[in-house]
Design a protein around this ligand. Structure first.
Ligand code: RFL
Ligand code: PHB
Length: 395
């Protein structure tokens, strides 16, 4: 067994783990990133696409925003489509100039990996059998296996950035008592198509057949989603069926419809709201999807991971550079206010825009009245806009 030492051991090379490693590296704090999957897998994993203003600012301040600024697509509005009419929510005008950037999460991951490799800082892919131990002691450890060799990393702190299905959350004692969850009775079928986006802005559509979302990744690639059943299978969705459902759900009276093209990726994502309020025990700290999940309707998941990491990195810097542990002591409390705000917004957007098969006709009419109000009143649209672009950091 090879024995190694670092200051912060980071499990997972998603946006959370890689950003934490980068922010620590800039302050001279040593870290190792241990990732189960291969580099190409994490660099090609298609997920989030919308970066909040605060995320854009943080990536720029951290010196990893150059490609995002040149290749990302800045957006100042989104549209809500129902009853055949599109209603624009002017994000910038309603929020004093805040905006979002459409830039794939996998591109953020590529930029952070490139930064880590150019700093020649430790980052291991295809690491097996990761286990954390001794989290109650001053020397927590990560056991794992890489390239056929067993390793043990002795750390000062461990950051569990290993996503919803990772192993770190389960290493915390008694989490059931601190866990809040809601599973939705639907899922999203997502596709990437080789087609120029037919609209400059994202379109969130509520239709009697179910929710649909028009988004994009680049001037050549359209990203589209359809509400489907949670036990649906890709085999049930031929390309023809996907396009015809998209045509129906995204139809607008002005004749707009998405451009079609070759479908280059398809996937089904279940929808869940989940919070583990115990985000820390001993010297193990959870961040991002390891601690909380939101349904993607509010485009908040990756932004929340970034917000946790901003707080964790700052707390670790206070510890190492200023011998101040206040931030570490209040880590979960400092993260959870923003987590619950995003949980509410994501749940609310999901509830307002999807079809629930168990809704009574009364509930259906109430949902339609709510959507009409929020889409057409300035007060309603402002609520959507300020949550969508992300509320300013509270500190
Ligand atoms: P990740 O990205 O899941 O990364 C965790 C990493 O840990 C690795 N791992 C392990 N490594 C070592 N040992 C183990 N035992 C390990 N177990 C797991 C994994 O391989 C992985 O590399 O979590 P992180 O960093 O917290 O980032 C969170 C985001 O990925 C997530 O919240 C977003 O993708 C959610 N999301 C969206 N967020 C947004 O902010 N805006 C959006 O527009 C948006 N759209 C979406 C989304 C997520 C979606 N899906 C597929 C869930 C759209 C979709 C369809
Ligand atoms: C995406 O482009 O993948 C996307 C955009 C907005 C969302 C969710 C996903 O709310």
């Amino acid at each position: 067994m090879r024995s190694l030492r670092t200051q912060v051991g980071i499990v997972g090379a998603g946006p959370a783990g890689l950003l934490l490693a980068h922010l620590l590296e800039r302050q001279g704090i040593a870290a190792v990133v241990l990732e189960a999957k291969s580099r190409s897998y994490v660099e090609e994993r298609i997920r989030a696409g919308v970066l909040e203003q605060g995320t854009i600012d943080l990536l720029n301040e951290a010196g990893v925003g150059a490609r995002m600024m040149s290749e990302g697509l800045p957006h100042e509005g989104i549209e809500l489509l129902f009853d055949g009419t599109r209603h624009r929510i002017d994000l910038a005008e309603l929020t004093g100039g805040r905006r979002i950037m459409v830039y794939g999460q996998h591109e953020v991951v590529k930029d952070l990996i490139a930064a880590r490799l150019s700093a020649e800082a430790p980052l291991y892919f295809e690491v097996d059998a990761v286990q954390v131990a001794d989290i109650d002691t001053a020397e927590p450890k990560i056991y794992c296996r890489h390239a056929g060799e067993d390793m043990v990393w002795t750390c000062d702190f461990i950051a569990g950035c290993d996503g919803f299905h990772g192993i770190c959350r389960t290493a915390l004692p008694d989490i059931a008592a601190h866990t809040f969850e809601r599973v939705y009775p639907f899922a999203w079928l997502g596709i990437l198509a080789k087609a120029a986006p037919a609209s400059e802005e994202l379109i969130y559509a509520s239709h009697p057949h179910g929710f649909a979302l028009f988004s994009m990744r680049s001037p050549q690639i359209t990203r589209l989603y359809l509400q489907c059943s949670p036990d649906d299978e890709l085999a049930n969705w031929s390309d023809e069926r996907i396009w015809s459902e998209l045509e129906v759900r995204l139809a607008s009276d002005d004749g707009w419809h998405p451009n079609k093209g070759e479908i280059i990726q398809k996937g089904i994502t279940p929808m869940r709201s989940f919070v583990c309020e115990k985000m820390q025990h001993g010297r193990l700290y959870l961040a991002g999807d390891a601690a909380h999940i939101v349904p993607p309707t509010g485009a908040k998941g990756m932004n929340l991971a970034v917000s946790d990491i901003r707080i964790l990195a700052r707390s670790l810097v206070q510890h190492y550079l200023h011998h101040d542990d206040t931030g570490l002591a209040h880590y979960a409390e400092n993260c959870l206010k923003r987590v619950w705000r995003a949980e509410h917004f994501s749940w609310w957007m999901t509830s307002m825009l999807h079809r629930f098969t168990d809704h009574s006709p009364f509930q259906q009419r109430i949902q339609e009245a709510e959507l009409r109000y929020f889409a057409t009143s300035r007060a309603g649209a402002t609520t959507i806009a300020e949550n969508y672009v992300g509320l300013p950091w509270s500190d």
